[in-house]
Design a protein around this ligand. Structure first.
Ligand SMILES: [Zn+2]
Length: 85
């Protein structure tokens, strides 16, 4: 449990934001188009097994607070937006 949380915590700072590429902002795991399958938020994985956390982790993209907010503020957000990276 401690190990997987550490990996997940480090990983987002290695990859940076999927939209702007910044690594020096507050980074979140975003369920990018997989909200239907969401079991829990990556920021609050307490009570879930390492296997469940890993499965959830694989559904997410790393996104900074700013781009995350922008994404949810956009009414007609396209799921194909990834191609504009
Ligand atoms: Zn960003």
């Amino acid at each position: 449990m401690v190990l997987i949380r550490r990996i997940i915590h480090r990983y987002k700072h290695l990859t940076g934001c999927v939209d702007c590429g910044r690594t020096d902002r507050i980074l979140d795991y975003d369920h990018d188009g997989t909200e239907d399958e969401k079991l829990f938020e990556m920021a609050n994985p307490w009570g879930w097994t390492p296997e469940e956390i890993w499965v959830e982790f694989m559904k997410c993209k790393v996104r900074c607070k700013r781009c995350h907010g922008k994404r949810h503020a956009t009414a007609n957000w396209s799921k194909s937006r990834n191609s504009t990276r």
